[in-house]
Design a protein around this ligand. Structure first.
Ligand SMILES: Nc1ncnc2c1ncn2[C@@H]1O[C@H](COP(=O)(O)OP(=O)(O)OP(=O)(O)O)[C@@H](O)[C@H]1O
Ligand SMILES: [Mg+2]
Length: 412
C-alpha cells in the first residue's frame, strides 16, 4: 500500500473517540480501510478535564484502527470542537497598480496573510481561513482567481479560531498518545463536508451537530460558510436531567434514554412503565414513560431554541432556505425531526456521512459525520498537493503558507 494515499482522522468527542484510516485513490475516492472506537473519558463539555483518561481513549481507538487496517499510524488529522470555537468573517484586498496582472497562488496567500494579521490575538489560534469569494477590480466575482487578470484582488474569508490553550492541550494529549497531529479540522466544518449537498448550500443550509457535550452549528450559503458556533450542551445534559429527575445512576439514565426515549410527547404511543433502581436502592421503582419523554423534550427544545435565537439575533436565520441537517449522536433520537421542524419551521433531515466506501456497517450514522468529514475536507488538498501526512508540519512561514494553500484549494 502506498503510504502517501493514506489519511487518518481522529475525532476526539466528549462521548466517544473515533479513529478512521482512509485510502484515497487516484480519482480522489475515499475508502475507509480501518476503524477504531473507544469510549471517551476525561472530556467535559468539549474541554479536557482529565488528560490521562483522554490519552487512554485515543490510544485505544488508534490501536484498533491500526489493527483493523494493517497501517502503522504515526500521524492524524484531528477534530477541534468545544465551546471555545469562534468565527470571524473578514475581507481585505491587494492593489497591483494601474496595469492588470496574472493572479497567482502567492497573491492569494499574501491576501490571506493580510487578513490573518487583522485578527491576531495572543490567546487565539487560527484553525481555518476559508475563502468565501473573490472580487476582481471591484466588479468581477470569481471562485478561483488564480490565472485571472486584475489590478485589484479582494477576498472575503470565514475564519475559525479557538482559544490557544484549548488547542495546545488537545494537541499535547494526542501527541502523548503517541501520534503526531498533522492538522486540525473544526467539527462543524468537517461535518458539512460529509453531509451537505451543493443544492442545499445554494439555498442556505444550517447544520446542527448535537453530540454528547457540545452542540456545534454552522450556516453554509452560496458563498460558503457564514456563521459557525459551538455551545457547551448536548446529549449528556439529557442523561443528567433524567438521572436527577428520577434519582437514578447516570448509566441507567443513559440506558433508558436510548431504549425508551423519543423527542416529543406528541409522538408518544404505547406508553409503558419503566423499571429503574434509584441510587443506593435494590428495590425497583416504576417511572412514567410520559415523564421520561417530557424530560428529553424539554432539554432538546432548549438546545434547539438557543440555536434559533442566536441565529435570529445575528440576522442569519432568514438566509436558511435550504433546510436544516441534524447530525451527532443525539440526531438518532426518534422524532427529533418533528421537534426541530416545530422550532425552526424549515425542512429538517438527519445527516449521515456520505461520499465514502467501507465500514458502512459501523459508521453509517449521524455520530460519524465529523470523522468522515475530516477526511473529505483534507482529501482535495491531498489530491492537489500529494501531502504526506506522515511528515510533521513545520511551523515556519512557508509551512503556514502551504497550509493556507491546502485549505484554500480544498474547497474548490
Ligand atoms: N439512539 C440514540 N438516541 C438518543 N441519543 C443518542 C442515541 N445514540 C447516541 N445518543 C447520544 O448521543 C450523544 C453522543 O453523540 P456523539 O457520539 O455525536 O458525541 P461526541 O462526538 O462524542 O461528543 P461531542 O461532539 O459533543 O464532543 C450521547 O449523549 C448519546 O447519549
Ligand atoms: Mg462530536
Amino acid at each position: 500500500m502506498k503510504t502517501n494515499n493514506v489519511i487518518v482522522a481522529l475525532d476526539v468527542g466528549t462521548s466517544k473517540t473515533v479513529a478512521l484510516v482512509g485510502d484515497i485513490d487516484e480519482l480522489g475516492d475515499l475508502t475507509i480501510i480501518g476503524y477504531g472506537e473507544a469510549q471517551t473519558k476525561g472530556i467535559d463539555k468539549g474541554l479536557i478535564s482529565n488528560p490521562n483518561d483522554v490519552i487512554r481513549s485515543i490510544k485505544e481507538a488508534v490501536i484498533q484502527a491500526s489493527n483493523s487496517s494493517g497501517v502503522k499510524i504515526s500521524s492524524v488529522i484531528a477534530n477541534l470542537g468545544g465551546p471555545h470555537i469562534e468565527f470571524r468573517n473578514e475581507a481585505d484586498f491587494l492593489s497591483f497598480g494601474t496595469t492588470q496582472k496574472d493572479i497567482t497562488d502567492f497573491d492569494i496567500s499574501t491576501l490571506s496573510q493580510k487578513v490573518k494579521e487583522k485578527i491576531e490575538e495572543d490567546n487565539l489560534k487560527l484553525i481555518h481561513i476559508i475563502p468565501k469569494r473573490f472580487i476582481l477590480d471591484d466588479e468581477n466575482e470569481v471562485v478561483e482567481p488564480v490565472n485571472c487578470l486584475a489590478s485589484k484582488l479582494e477576498g472575503e474569508f470565514h475564519l475559525i479560531l479557538t482559544k490557544l490553550n484549548t488547542y495546545s492541550n488537545l494537541k499535547r494529549v494526542i501527541e502523548m498518545a503517541g501520534v503526531k497531529v498533522a492538522d486540525f479540522v473544526a467539527n462543524p466544518i468537517a461535518s458539512t463536508y460529509s453531509t451537505i449537498f451543493d443544492e442545499e448550500k445554494e439555498m442556505g443550509v444550517l447544520l446542527i451537530d448535537i453530540g454528547g457535550g457540545t452542540t456545534d452549528y454552522t450556516v453554509v450559503g452560496p458563498n460558503n460558510f457564514e456563521y459557525t458556533k459551538a455551545l457547551p450542551v448536548g446529549g449528556n445534559n439529557i442523561t443528567l436531567d433524567i438521572s436527577h429527575r428520577f434519582k437514578i445512576p447516570r448509566k441507567d439514565a443513559e440506558k433508558i434514554k436510548i431504549e425508551y426515549g423519543i423527542a416529543t410527547l406528541e409522538a408518544l404511543e404505547n406508553e409503558q412503565e419503566i423499571e429503574v433502581y434509584p441510587i443506593g436502592s435494590d428495590q425497583p421503582i416504576y417511572i412514567s414513560h410520559y415523564e421520561l419523554v417530557d424530560t428529553i423534550e424539554a432539554r432538546l427544545e432548549q438546545i434547539l431554541t438557543l440555536v434559533r435565537e442566536d441565529l435570529e439575533r445575528a440576522q442569519i436565520f432568514e438566509k436558511i432556505n435550504g433546510g436544516i441537517v441534524l447530525t451527532g449522536g443525539v440526531a438518532n433520537t426518534p422524532h427529533i425531526k418533528d421537534l426541530a421542524y416545530n422550532i425552526f419551521k424549515r425542512d429538517v433531515r438527519i445527516g449521515k456521512p456520505t461520499k465514502y466506501k467501507g465500514f458502512s456497517d459501523k459508521i453509517n450514522a449521524p455520530q460519524y459525520v465529523t470523522a468522515v468529514g475530516i477526511m473529505l475536507f483534507k482529501k482535495d488538498s491531498f489530491r492537489h498537493k500529494e501531502l504526506d501526512i506522515a511528515e510533521p508540519q513545520n511551523n515556519d512561514f512557508s509551512g503556514f503558507i502551504k497550509r493556507i494553500l491546502d485549505k484554500i484549494k480544498s474547497i474548490f
